[in-house]
Write a protein that binds this ligand. Sequence first.
Ligand code: HEM
Length: 263
Amino acid sequence: MRTEDAADGKSTANGGGVVCQEGGVTVLRPTDLSEMLAAGTKEVHEKAENTEFVKDFLRGRIRKELFKLGHVALYFTYSAMEEEMERNKEHPDLAALYFPHELHRWDALARDLQYFYGEDWQDQISLSPATQRYVERIQQIGRDQPALLVAHAYTRYMGDLSGGQVLRKVAQRAMKLPPTGEGLNFYQFDGIHSAKAFKQLYRSRMNELELDSHTKQKIVEEAVLAFQFNMEIFGELEEVGKSLQGDVLDAAPVHGAHGAHGE
Ligand code: HEM
């Protein structure tokens, strides 16, 4: 369901997938990391879109308990990812993608969890098994192969920037959260005025990294793994959902909900 939109600095289907924008502003090649990632995760992206948890979310069928647990998983995931990015921020394979002010979600998630669980939120949350596996992987590559953190940052941040506003509306309506944004800080990127322009910048930064083709391939493989970790968490949430009674909210989907992203 992904659009490949040249106006957004992305490739359009064009034979081998190469796009040269008229006027020579941007030239994308199939060997550019942004292109390799988009192509290499296309299939797994479609799978992620089709998980029950994500489909239910987009239909506005969000159980608050599951939404909260999804946020807990995100909190642990982003804590690990941003800690490893911070530790490796001067690493040449990562430095150009270090945008703490614009992207980092740890603080937003902490505020959301405080809203949902109260002051003692930290005592009430714990790592699910799938989240633990995801976190351990991020920590391991942060130590041993920092270049692969690019894959994790790409999978989450580019996804969040692609669908955040739609998901925010769906969640706010379905759970009748205050329009002022409490509980929904995760979807709000205060340091980014245009998600589209920022994604373009991020893609060009990825393409400027000096990486050999083997490392680029490893990053694509790691991104597929990152999608799989996310899907494992969706699977866990689906299982928890089966054991929950009631609490289903049927909200009319928000117009344009097809372009959103799952937790
Ligand atoms: C990009 C839809 C779920 C990760 C996109 C784009 C769309 C889209 C329309 C293109 C945005 C653009 O070109 O500007 C959806 C829908 C989903 C979904 C409808 C669920 C129903 C997910 C999930 C993840 C994810 C679960 C990862 C956890 C990404 C990434 C991109 C992206 C990394 C950037 C692709 C690129 O430009 O290289 N998605 N998505 N998406 N999505 Fe999703």
